[in-house]
Design a protein around this ligand. Sequence first.
Ligand SMILES: [Zn+2]
Length: 250
Amino acid sequence: MDIVINIYVFALGAILGSFFNVVIYRLPRKYSITHGTSFCPHCKHRIMPLELVPIFSYLFLKGKCAHCHTPISLRYPIIEFITGLSFLVAYWRFGLSYATIIAMILASLCIIIAMIDIDTMEIFDRFHIMIFSLALIYVFFISTLGLTSHLIGFFIISVPLYVIAVITNGIGGGDIKLMAVSGFLLGYQASLVAFFFGAIFGGIVAVYLLLTKQTQMKSLIAFGPYLCIGIFIAYIYGLEIFTWYMSLLT
Ligand SMILES: [Zn+2]
């Protein structure tokens, strides 16, 4: 029975991930998300339902358009896979619960935010509003942390980031707002964990790019995607990591 639920949860994520690919592609171009069928950007061949099965279609078509054989970007199946996997992780951690639903919505928003940030270096305000709305539901109906922790979470990373941004001009307003609204969702303990992981991942990639002199890969320097990874990790394991770290200090 459990294997069935696992497959179902992964499939749900992969199918939604396939929809997120559409959102990530169309939103920055201001195309309609609900109208219009998908087509191959090269030959305009309309993509048939059978060519839209997440991950499998890509494998079946060997990564090429069925009509003109132009290679399809590997990022489409990767996003489907990552969405499925993050849904699975949420289910493994919280079982069948409201916390899992919040985790799935959060993972979805993080994936869309991260990919659009990589493409455009921008985080749209509507996503901050969505995370904040999600946070309100979580804080008042699900969280056991207490309101104070969530309120401190709103400021604990965003305010220092704002100060750094004013001094260095090196951090985007989108990142600051992202850490404010997700800090409110996570509470201050997990916010610190989220930022820690974001800075580590972002730092590793920045150093790698500097060492290999790939400075033209500017898109990878967007901070948002690393913060998004940190935020999801922190939602899943933030409190445990924070408690473990504090126990080292005492
Ligand atoms: Zn084509």
